[in-house]
Design a binder for this molecule. Sequence first.
Ligand SMILES: CC(C)(COP(=O)(O)OP(=O)(O)OC[C@H]1O[C@@H](n2cnc3c(N)ncnc32)[C@H](O)[C@@H]1OP(=O)(O)O)[C@@H](O)C(=O)NCCC(=O)NCCS
Length: 171
Amino acid sequence: MSEAPFRIEPLSDHDRSEFDCGVDALNAYLARQVGQDRRRRMSFCFVAVEQATRRVAGYYTLSATGIELSDLPPDIQKRLPRYPSVPAVRIGRLAVDQRYRGQRLGGALLFDAIQRTVASDIAAFAVIVDAKDDIAAAFYSHFGFQPLTNKPLKLFLPIGEALRELAFQRP
Ligand SMILES: CC(C)(COP(=O)(O)OP(=O)(O)OC[C@H]1O[C@@H](n2cnc3c(N)ncnc32)[C@H](O)[C@@H]1OP(=O)(O)O)[C@@H](O)C(=O)NCCC(=O)NCCS
């Protein structure tokens, strides 16, 4: 059986210097800031590595957060206990190198983030993402994410729905 072309794993000593997703801030974060966030336990980073070359083809970051109950749409609020906030996991950044676009790697990174959240022993109601612009927001909407009330670039996906949405799109 042939090896999968990419493997998603926690960031360690990977060479990140050539990563280029076309967005300077996301490139700079991976090149220079990611280690500091990891050491301070602000977020952890996972990378998609091309098996043949060991190149970093994509990455995302994951951290714990909360969602104000009042930021959720009323129909979802109705189904939840009246706690001021609900637990969530945040994908702060997600990017694919321009050379590897359109190979379902972005979707695979999203799927991996949700899988890790589900596999954790810590409860989270939803995954939440920070989209950098409308184009990024459209990418997340494609996977069933919806915006928080009055926050079009902060989108969430309840974990239960995430599992249903992503199961049939599994790479
Ligand atoms: C957004 C990004 C991660 C997508 O990566 P990718 O590997 O090319 O995307 P995939 O191949 O996994 O696409 C999966 C699906 O999403 C769709 N898609 C991709 N980008 C999309 C967008 N901006 N809007 C709507 N749908 C999009 C694809 O058409 C594909 O659909 P299909 O499954 O029906 O074929 C990549 O373009 C990127 O890194 N952009 C720059 C950084 C960025 O904007 N990050 C987002 C968070 S800030």
